[in-house]
Each structure stands twice: as structure tokens, then as C-alpha cells.
Write a protein that binds this ligand. Structure first.
Ligand SMILES: N[C@@H](CCC[C@H](N)C(=O)O)C(=O)O
Length: 286
């Protein structure tokens, strides 16, 4: 394999490896192993996911988004913000406004320096007030699909939120039969004010708590609004300490005009060497 140029970017603590794949440097078939290898922290560049920028006949570009475990996801809000800034920085799209294709649908984005705002596809599959039994406790959760599936649980206070065992509870809900076969991302949320939330997210495909999740923050804002707890625009404080802003219109039947806004930063640029990928693969195979 040749050396592959990439940018490492972070969307509020959700980190990604972005590759301009318009010439097919990374073959899409069988790229699960490649993704798993490059996302392994300490053994490679390490990231929550990989974004491949591809050609598209109709949009400015298309993307393929992969979680760290190699699974492909329909959407990623923080990744979408990084992809838009990457496309602008790399001259793939010279205009600050662009449209790109994802498996969830077309995404419009606007880049203003570090700040990127993306318009999301319409949320669907809202299932409020589900009582879910895990081990000896019954949890009240609310489900929604904001491009990928999410559930939201509300904590009584920021202190309760900080004490929650996000890994254990998140993992139990992620694999709960109620959300099978796709599984779900799991968001733990505290209300801080009339337009302010704090969030912790267990991410499907990373299989751990991440420092931020864009579609999860949107799910939290929409569900909190539906429950009468907040009003837009909603500021969501993530585990990285950075804040995401969620804009939307709420009607009696639906939410529309849903936007996610926040910073998308470049951490470094580099070349992936195949020797690293090879050694990681050998270790995984053992
Ligand atoms: N972190 C992302 C969501 C990425 C996809 C997710 N892990 C899944 O597989 O559903 C975001 O910022 O939205």
C-alpha cells in the first residue's frame, strides 16, 4: 500500500482521520480492516472514526463514514462538520457553502473559519417514555433517529450525570433487544438551564464513551424540547468542555430546520505508513 495522506481533525473532542479518497487510495471493499487498524490508539494515528471523501455526480462530494470498529454509519454530526472544513481546506469545494452525500441523505454545510454549521436530515422514529429493564433497574429512556439511532436518559442533576456509569449502562442499552438489530448510541443528559444541556455519550461503533457526539447532542436537544425542558437554540456542553449549538424549529408534529454548529479543528496532517497497518493487523489476528 502507498503512503496515505490524511488530516487528523477533532469536532469538539470527537476525533477523525480524514482522507481525500477521490482517486481510490483506500479501496472501499474490505476497508473495515484498514479502519480498525488506523483507529487503534497508540498503535496507529488513533481516532473515533475514519472519513473517506469520494466523488459524487450530483453533490460537491460524497463521504463514507466508518466507526473505529470498522462499522459503517449512516451519519455523524461532528464528522460532517470536519468533512466540510476538510473539503474547504483541501480545495475540494472552494465555496464556503456546500452539499455532500451521506448514507442518511444530503447534508448542507457552511464553513466560516473554524466554525462549521451543518443542516441535518429530518429526525424520525421518535419513541418517548420507554421503560427499559437492565439488571435490577428500570430506566426511562427516549429514542430518536437523528441520522443514526439514539436514546436519551435524563439525570436529576449535573452531579448525578458525572456519577453515572456511562460505560456499563450505555453498553447494556446499546445491546438491549428493544433497539436490536441496529443497536443504539446512548446519551446521558442533565438540564443546566432553559437552553442549556450537559451530555455524556456512549457511542455505538466506538463501544465506549466519547468526548462528544453531534447527532447525540441533537437527539438530547430535540427530546428535551419535546419534553418542555428547553427552547432553541440549545447549547450542549460536551465531555471535552466544548459546546455544540443546536438550532431547530419545533412544530406540533415535528422538528424541522435542524442545524448543528461548532468548531472543527485540524490537529495535524500526516502520512499513514503501511508498516504500521501491517503490524496492527498481525496483532489483531493473534
Ligand atoms: N459521533 C458521531 C456519531 C457517529 C456514528 C455513531 N457512532 C453510530 O454508529 O451510530 C456524531 O457526532 O454524530
Amino acid at each position: 500500500m502507498e503512503r496515505i495522506p490524511f488530516l487528523k481533525m477533532t469536532g469538539s473532542g470527537n476525533d477523525f482521520i480524514l482522507i481525500d479518497n477521490r482517486t481510490g487510495l483506500v479501496p472501499l471493499e474490505g476497508c473495515k480492516d484498514f479502519v480498525k487498524a488506523v483507529c487503534r490508539r497508540k498503535l496507529s494515528a488513533g481516532a473515533d472514526g475514519v472519513i473517506l471523501i469520494e466523488n459524487d455526480a450530483e453533490c460537491d462530494f460524497a463521504w463514507r463514514f466508518y466507526n473505529a470498529d470498522g462499522s459503517e454509519a449512516e451519519m455523524c454530526g461532528n464528522g460532517a462538520r470536519c468533512a466540510a472544513r476538510f473539503a474547504h481546506l483541501r480545495g475540494i469545494v472552494s465555496r464556503p457553502s456546500m452539499i455532500f452525500r451521506t448514507l442518511a441523505g444530503k447534508i448542507q454545510a457552511h464553513v466560516d473559519g473554524l466554525r462549521v454549521r451543518v443542516q441535518m436530515t429530518p429526525p424520525h422514529g421518535y419513541r418517548p417514555n420507554l421503560n427499559v429493564v437492565i439488571e435490577d433497574q428500570t430506566l426511562r429512556v427516549h429514542a430518536i433517529n437523528t441520522g443514526v439511532p439514539h436514546v436519551v436518559l435524563f439525570a436529576d442533576s449535573p452531579k448525578t450525570l458525572s456519577q453515572w456509569d456511562v460505560f456499563a449502562v450505555g453498553r447494556s442499552l446499546r445491546y438491549h433487544s428493544l433497539f436490536a438489530p441496529a443497536g443504539t448510541n446512548v446519551n446521558f443528559v442533565a438540564v443546566l438551564g432553559p437552553s442549556q444541556l450537559k451530555i455524556r455519550t456512549y457511542e455505538r461503533g466506538v463501544e465506549d464513551e466519547t468526548l462528544a457526539c453531534g447527532t447525540g447532542s441533537i437527539a438530547a436537544a430535540l427530546i428535551a424540547a419535546a419534553q418542555g425542558l428547553v427552547q432553541p437554540p440549545v447549547h450542549v456542553e460536551t465531555q471535552s468542555g466544548e459546546t455544540l449549538v443546536i438550532h431547530f424549529h419545533q412544530t406540533e408534529e415535528a422538528f424541522d430546520e435542524v442545524f448543528l454548529e461548532g468548531d472543527a479543528r485540524v490537529v495535524y496532517e500526516g502520512l499513514l505508513w503501511s508498516e504500521t497497518l501491517g503490524s496492527v493487523r498481525e496483532k489483531q489476528d493473534r
